[in-house]
Design a protein around this ligand. Structure first.
Ligand code: NOJ
Length: 733
């Protein structure tokens, strides 16, 4: 109501000031208030024009230019959105020109695509990025991705993915920022700032899309697309915070998930889509369904046919239907039958038009066309890609300083299926990344160790299968070398969408290769490239050093080689726990205390996971001072300062991340054993001491949310935790 009054006032003011020059309709006037422009446009649109705004078509599946031409001719000038798979900005501009000049009202199309971890310059997968704890670099990667995307004809990316994931069998764990809500929220903010910049109307910025709203990562047993049993407590405590942070950061759009949230699918869930997203958080952009998630309501058994599916999705709060045509086919009838009110259609179209206005598409519907060499893979993009890739890598084990590779090693055996790979190393959702632009690990090593060490390469074996014929050459290479570096891992489709696996162990042949190479009796260095945490219980026992390099993208070679040589000092820390075995899933750092903490663990494996969230070594050493608190007792409305000094006591410069956790040992509902509330990464030069500071705001950092979404701050004892230090303080009334 208040907004309506404001619009009327603004419009009246606007009309008074411009009444002498009112030839063009208000919606075309960039100086008119946005809501007034939308009111005007809605008043001119037919129902058919409105409904077409609410559908997304796709284009460019087939790369053959002739077929693309045909497809382009077939695209209606009235469509709301295109999932644009071509990389050609000229085609985009031609299609856009049709919309601008051949449709009655000239409403621009919004062009979207999945640029998930880069467009042509491929950055490490998001799971890797989150191990960097470097939100500035993540933001920069999104800025670069936005530039490359925009110059290829895009206005919108279906990123970031904010599904907090604790089951590594679920392949989409690769696409998110790990197992923690707070960390995911911080990366969400960084990604949105990177994609959207300070003003979406500027060149090179694109709209972000928070996905998959919500609870998708709880797909049972990690089987993608399956039912997800999401309790209200988990919904509010674990899944909502990153989305709320993303909305606050200004994300223009949201994607509703495929999953069935405890009986009410995410794409038909009025509570999450309307009551929370729109009413509670005030999101003013729009929600797009996932691909087919509207019609999937039929498979999920909550709609008897596509028409009912369309009605349910629409009324729940999904404004745009991805590629399904359900809205286009059935909304006209549903409106005629009075099952869908016209006011709801107008409100949905208003949201879509608002995003288009914010993007400045009405004024600047076209993108710049520049030569490819100015569009993609610029030197500074590659530099950022190497930096983020190297900061993402996690040194998990380093017995007797096996790493880095110093002059003590004159020859290196370089073995494994990942060494010369240029496809899987990009990970899933590689955008428009091309293998020919990937610097392979082998190329990186050749450059890094030129004139320093001889490289003895052998494939060893493929990613899977039974062919052990390559073992012999691999063993020979190992025998004539001073150290054996084995590059193992997953193919890109083993994770990502529809990339579920019943075991997170590497295929047996890869483990057997390592066992075979032990015969050479040389230091064994394992370099693992995967889209998920792996089961390393066996390999961990036999390797001298292990680095999780994830799927590092275009600059894999230089990043990996730099980590091995010590040019890059490892600074990644896990954003997700590595269980001992697949059967230990789910296991994550912020579990609740069990009723009998010492009992109930699996009898056949150690109690703790193999590597915890937060684990990660460096080539230098850091000494932490005691945690200092500004007070031991504060009132609810006072702040508390916690500080710790970290000294780099080794002889290399390094970047250290301090993870600040909180524990509320007794509350009205049980709380996790610890919860991350803040993190900071800083460069510490060898021999130097740097102070880290966490200013605790009790309401923000110590309160908990209940199953209705309400926050509570209780008085009593709390702990602040850094590494294994735990210091108590008290909150009083
Ligand atoms: C399905 C995926 O679930 C989603 O993440 C993606 O954005 C859409 N397809 C579009 O490609």
């Amino acid at each position: 109501m208040k907004r309506r009054i404001l619009v009327v006032i603004l419009l009246a003011a606007y009309q008074t000031s411009t009444f002498s020059q009112t030839k063009q309709p208000i919606y075309k006037d960039k100086n008119a208030p946005v809501e007034a422009r939308i009111d005007n446009l809605l008043s001119l649109m037919t129902l058919d024009e409105k409904i077409k705004q609410m559908n997304q078509w796709t284009y460019g599946k087939n790369a053959n230019p002739n077929n693309i031409g045909d497809q382009m001719r077939a695209v209606s000038p009235l469509i709301g959105s295109l999932l644009y798979r071509s990389t050609n900005p000229e085609y985009r501009n031609q299609i856009q020109k049709k919309a601008m000049t051949e449709s009655r009202l000239g409403i621009p199309i919004i062009f979207g695509f999945d640029a998930i971890h880069g467009y042509r310059t491929v950055f490490p997968i998001p799971l890797a990025q989150s191990c960097s704890w470097n939100t500035d670099l993540v933001k920069e990667s999104c800025e670069i991705s936005a530039k490359e995307s925009w110059l290829s004809g895009l206005d919108w990316t279906f990123s970031p993915m904010l599904d907090v994931a604790r089951d590594a069998r679920w392949g989409r764990v690769a696409e998110g920022y790990g197992e923690d809500s707070y960390a995911t929220s911080q990366y969400a903010i960084a990604a949105i700032e990177g994609y959207q910049g300070t003003n979406l109307a500027n060149k090179y910025t694109i709209a972000a899309c928070l996905k998959h709203y919500i609870g998708y990562s709880l797909s049972e047993g990690g089987r993608d697309y399956h039912y997800s049993d999401v309790s209200m407590q988990t919904l509010w405590e674990t899944f909502m915070p990153p989305f709320e942070a993303g909305i606050k950061a200004g994300a223009a759009t949201v994607m509703s998930g495929f999953n069935d949230i405890t009986g009410v699918p995410a794409s038909a869930n009025h509570y999450t889509l309307t009551e929370v997203l729109k009413n509670k958080w005030g999101h003013d952009g729009f929600v797009i369904s996932d691909w087919g998630s509207v019609r999937n309501l039929v498979e999920q058994g909550v709609a008897k046919d596509k028409k009912e599916a369309g009605m349910k999705s629409f009324l729940a709060g999904v404004e745009m239907d991805m590629v399904d045509n359900v809205y286009v086919d059935y909304l006209p009838e549903l409106v005629a039958e009075g099952k869908v009110p016209m006011t709801a259609i107008d409100e949905a179209v208003r949201r879509i038009l608002r995003v288009k206005m914010k993007l400045g598409l009405f004024e600047n519907p076209y993108v710049d066309v520049v030569p490819e060499e100015k569009r993609y893979l610029l030197p500074e993009y590659l530099k950022a890609a190497e930096e983020l890739a190297s900061e993402s890598m996690v040194l998990l084990k380093n017995e007797k300083e096996t790493l880095p590779i110093t002059s003590k090693y004159k020859s290196l055996a370089i073995i494994g299926p990942m060494v010369k790979d240029s496809i899987n190393i990009m990970g899933s959702w590689e955008g428009k990344g091309q293998p020919k632009n990937v610097e392979t690990i082998y190329e990186g090593l050749e450059k890094e160790f030129k004139d320093k060490a001889t490289l003895n390469y052998a494939l060893g074996c493929d990613f899977d299968g039974e062919d052990r014929n390559g073992f012999k050459d691999a063993l020979e290479a190992a025998r004539k070398s001073d150290a054996v570096i084995i590059f193992l891992g997953e193919k890109k489709h083993w994770s990502g969408e529809n990339g579920s696996r019943s075991t997170i162990a590497l295929p047996k042949i890869q483990e057997d290769l390592v066992v075979e190479l032990l015969k050479a009796k040389k230091p064994i260095i394992l370099m693992l490239s995967s889209g998920r945490p792996l089961e390393l219980i066996r390999l961990n026992k036999i390797a001298d050093a292990i680095v999780e390099i994830w799927q590092p993208g275009t600059m894999a070679g230089s990043a990996v080689a730099g980590i091995l040589s010590g040019r890059h000092n490892p600074s990644g820390k896990l954003s997700i726990t590595f269980p001992q075995t697949t059967g230990q899933i789910p296991i994550y750092y912020n579990m609740r205390q069990s009723a009998r903490p010492k009992l109930g663990h699996y009898q056949d494996i150690p109690r703790d996971p193999l590597y915890w969230f937060g684990d990660g070594l460096s080539y230098t050493t850091y000494d932490y001072s005691d945690i200092k608190l500004s007070a031991t007792q504060i009132k609810k409305n006072e702040h508390l300062i916690a500080e710790v000094d970290v000294t780099n006591s080794g002889n290399r410069d390094g970047k250290e991340t301090v993870l600040w956790f909180i524990n509320d040992p007794v509350a009205n509902i049980s709380r996790p054993m610890k919860e991350l509330q803040f993190f900071e990464k800083k460069l510490i030069k060898s021999g130097e001491k740097v102070a880290y500071r966490f200013e605790i705001d009790p309401m923000r950092d110590l309160s908990y949310v209940d199953s209705f979404g309400n926050n509570h701050l209780e008085t009593g004892d709390y702990f602040v935790i850094v590494n294994d230090q735990k210091v108590k303080f008290e909150i009083v009334d």
